[in-house]
Design a protein around this ligand. Structure first.
Ligand code: FNR
Length: 381
């Protein structure tokens, strides 16, 4: 069986698909409805070619980026992903450590498998926290207070989940809290002994943040049952309240519309993440690379603009930056690495992005990632 060392994110994807039980794989990979947003994210990158300027005399390429007030070694941040303890027992800890080693950051999901405090203790960089405004203001305020106390600096409020998208893959294969087990699903896990052994060893429960440190497992179970306590009526006034609760940089994640981006600026956000949640929410949402142009035109002079969705290689990052993003987030790419090799896998995925980005800029004749602009793109035929 060919299992050569992965050279690309796609290689890590294939490895993850082999290593994960079907239920978990579907959870990672699926999009909503007919998955047109998921496909559209990828297709949008193919619409552009990169301009090559020869003999630029560049000795060394500079990839550093300033995002959320931090100097990062590369403009690629790990997106928040919930329940990744099901992918690998080290879950969020592995992701946070690998991000730190690469000079970047993990945005820790509210739905993480290790708590806000556990991730802070396992790392030395200040990480960033993603908030799902679940439940009431008391619960939300409690999460923010814990994140602040644990040294998280930037806050990402995810606003594209008033209700959960229609993700057919995970529904068909029983992924949920708790998962629905059938003999076939158990067999799919049993056929992957490395995953099963790790899972039994760590048994990282989901949604660890919903109980305060020290509270009992029973509380956790109750909290998990209530976790789907989404806020379908979430509105801009709630976001303004959150702005008051958080002193550091605040990003609104899940913006696809220029007018919404302007409202984010008006409530005092520091930035937006142009995102369709990796195609997992509104099934026919626009491709994020397309939405990025509209958002940059509206607020690029006032807000930091990040984007995510379908970023799979260095050239994708270059295209997003050239269209005005300050940086990108990647979700599934690092989850593939995590599935394949834990922390080392995530580190390798980041190293692949770094090397591809460096090589691409050098070949284009661009000295620094921050020099990228619209002039570096040409429409692809
Ligand atoms: C996500 N995403 C997500 N977003 C968020 O704000 N909070 C969360 O808990 C999660 N959970 C989650 C789990 C999994 C398995 C995936 C794949 C995604 C969305 C994520 O932050 C990001 O927007 C997308 O993953 C970006 O698209 P790509 O890079 O996966 O194509």
């Amino acid at each position: 069986r060919s299992d050569h060392a992965p050279l690309t994110v796609e290689d890590w994807r294939r490895r993850a698909r082999r290593r994960l039980p079907r239920m978990v794989w579907e959870y990672v990979e699926n999009g909503a409805d007919d998955e047109s947003a998921l496909r559209g994210n990828r297709q949008a990158f193919a619409a552009w070619s990169l301009r090559q300027r020869a003999l630029a005399g560049i000795a060394e390429v500079d990839l550093t980026a300033k995002i959320a007030g931090e100097e990062l070694s590369l403009p690629v941040v790990l997106a928040p992903t919930g329940l990744i303890g099901a992918v690998h027992g080290q879950g969020d800890l592995a992701a946070a450590r690998a991000a730190e080693r690469a000079g970047t950051r993990l945005v820790l999901s509210t739905g993480s498998s290790y708590s806000i405090e556990e991730v802070a203790q396992a790392t030395s960089a200040d990480h960033w926290f993603q908030l799902y405004p679940w439940g009431d203001r008391e619960l939300t305020g409690g999460l923010l207070a814990r994140a602040r106390r644990s040294g998280y600096t930037a806050l990402f409020v995810t606003v594209d989940v008033p209700v959960v998208g229609n993700r057919l893959g995970e529904r068909r294969h029983g992924m949920g809290i708790p998962p629905v087990l059938t003999p076939g699903r158990m067999l799919s896990a049993g056929l992957r002994p490395a995953w099963s052994a790790r899972y039994l060893r760590h048994r990282r429960v989901a949604l660890r943040n919903l109980v305060e440190p020290g509270q009992s497992a029973r509380m956790l179970e109750t909290a998990q049952r209530q976790a789907v306590n989404l806020r379908p009526d979430l509105a801009w006034s709630d976001l303004a309240w959150m702005r008051d609760q958080w002193a550091g940089p605040m990003f609104v994640k899940g913006i696809l519309d220029a007018e919404d981006a302007v409202r984010a600026a008006e409530i005092g956000a520091d930035g937006v993440v142009v995102s369709n949640h990796g195609g997992r929410q509104l099934g026919s949402a626009p491709a994020t690379l397309d939405a990025l142009r509209e958002v940059v035109a509206a607020v690029g002079d006032r807000l930091e603009v990040l984007m995510d969705g379908g970023v799979r290689c260095g050239t994708d990052v270059v295209k997003a930056l050239a269209l005005g993003a300050n940086g990108v987030l990647v979700g599934r790419p690092y989850v593939y690495g995590l599935a394949g090799a834990g922390e080392a896998g995530v580190a390798d995925v980041l190293a692949i992005f770094e090397a591809e980005l460096r090589r691409t800029l050098h070949l284009m004749g661009v000295r620094a990632a921050t020099d990228l602009g619209r002039e570096h793109l040409l429409p692809a035929r």
